[in-house]
Design a protein around this ligand. Structure first.
Ligand SMILES: [Zn+2]
Ligand SMILES: [Zn+2]
Length: 388
């Protein structure tokens, strides 16, 4: 089959590889019909996530048709159309039983690397380095889905691939980010990063009752997409973000802030420059400028929600400000399995049409061009989907 493989920093290829096979009785093989490139794939592309191997198959946002099932999967049938969540969860361990799906204890077959870094390993992810299980991803013609009796959700035929594909990550991820803000009626939610997750966080915050959403970015197209959802916007390249947010909230600050940027933050303030210099000298992994600014702009007693991915140790982290203001922090990979059915219902009810975010469509064979475009031209490109 054809698959998109990681071949080094800013180097992906489309290669012929062996077809996946059923290995365990709870596996499924899915013929991929649609897949997407995620902002977090760019962290791999740019070499920020360790333990990638040459030839590893990328991709954690995908859907398709079941073509083969292990003999212990009884809730799906060959021919079913499914969306697969990007986190891999066994459904049986203590964490899965608590619905802490992205913290599953069983899905990562080599947890020792993550344990050495974090103390404990979170769940495995599709196509996201050997730190997170080393599973082949879904930017391919076929993919093996472990614990298929627990993860994939069947989707009705009257919804197109493009309407449901983002249930695989960015819609639930944006939704959980908003849900973790503990939004009360009348709240102002400020969101750093108007990329795909930020866009879904904006719409989810409104669905959950936010009175106002403020989106902070520097790409005009992304800010205007945020405005289409009803958000107010701040272009950080020409405005003082803190002062603007204070003006907009009568000096109180945002009730909740969401960092939908993660570890490759850009900025124009001295701390952002400092991050860039340190990262360029390989003296730091993460560039947390957006997170610092979000913490600064959060009101006393407010909530900081972090769907943006971080990997290592953060420098100049303003814990004093967080402590002084009594902030609550919520973060982590999305507990995907909680959200699949309720958010599929929302798509069906017409609460949201996720296709709004798609700006580019490519064939799977054009993946190198698609990665390059998404990485280099964030003005034009917001979400790319690939068709095998
Ligand atoms: Zn993703
Ligand atoms: Zn589990």
């Amino acid at each position: 089959m054809k698959a998109v493989t990681w071949c080094g920093k800013q180097n992906v290829k489309v290669e012929r590889v062996d077809d996946p096979k059923i290995i365990n009785s709870r596996d499924a093989i899915v013929r991929v019909t649609s897949t997407a490139i995620c902002g977090s794939d760019l962290h791999l592309y740019n070499g920020y996530i360790p333990t990638m191997g040459k030839g590893d198959i990328l991709g954690h946002e995908f859907m398709g048709e079941i073509v083969e099932l292990g003999h212990d999967v009884h809730n799906l049938a060959v021919g079913d159309r499914v969306v697969v969540p990007f986190t891999i969860s066994c459904g049986k361990c203590w964490f899965c039983e608590q619905t802490l799906w992205s913290l599953c204890d069983n899905s990562n077959p080599s947890p020792e690397k993550a344990e050495a870094m974090y103390g404990f390993a979170p769940s495995a992810l599709f196509g996201y380095s050997h730190l997170f299980g080393g599973y082949a991803g879904g930017q391919a013609e076929y993919v093996r889905v472990p614990f298929a009796d627990t993860g994939p959700i069947k989707v009705p035929d009257d919804l197109s691939d493009e309407q449901v594909l983002f249930l695989s990550d960015i819609f639930p991820t944006g939704y959980q980010a908003a849900e973790q803000c503990n939004i009360h009626k009348g709240d102002v939610v400020a969101i750093w990063g108007a990329g795909p997750v930020g866009q879904f966080a904006i719409r989810s915050a409104f669905m959950l009752g936010a009175a106002r959403v403020i989106a902070i970015d520097h790409y005009v197209s992304r800010l205007s997409m945020a405005e289409q959802a009803g958000a107010e916007t701040i272009d950080f390249s020409d405005e003082y973000v803190f002062d603007r947010i204070m003006d907009m909230t009568a000096g109180r600050g945002a009730d909740a802030v969401i960092d939908a940027v993660g570890l490759e933050s850009h900025g124009i303030t001295p701390d952002a420059l400092y991050d860039r210099l340190k990262a360029a000298a390989y003296a730091a992994t993460d560039r947390p400028h957006a997170l610092r600014q979000a913490i600064h702009c959060c009101r006393k007693g407010g909530t900081v929600s972090i769907p943006g991915v971080y990997g290592g140790l953060l420098d100049k982290f303003p814990l004093g400000a967080a402590f002084g203001k009594g902030l609550t922090f919520r973060m982590g990979q999305t507990h995907m399995h909680r959200y699949l059915q309720p958010l599929l219902d929302r798509i069906r009810n017409g609460d949201i049409d996720p296709t709004f975010v798609i700006t580019h469509r490519f064939k799977l064979g054009e993946a190198p061009k698609a990665y390059d475009l998404f990485n280099e031209n964030k003005t034009e490109c917001i979400k790319v989907i690939l068709k095998p």
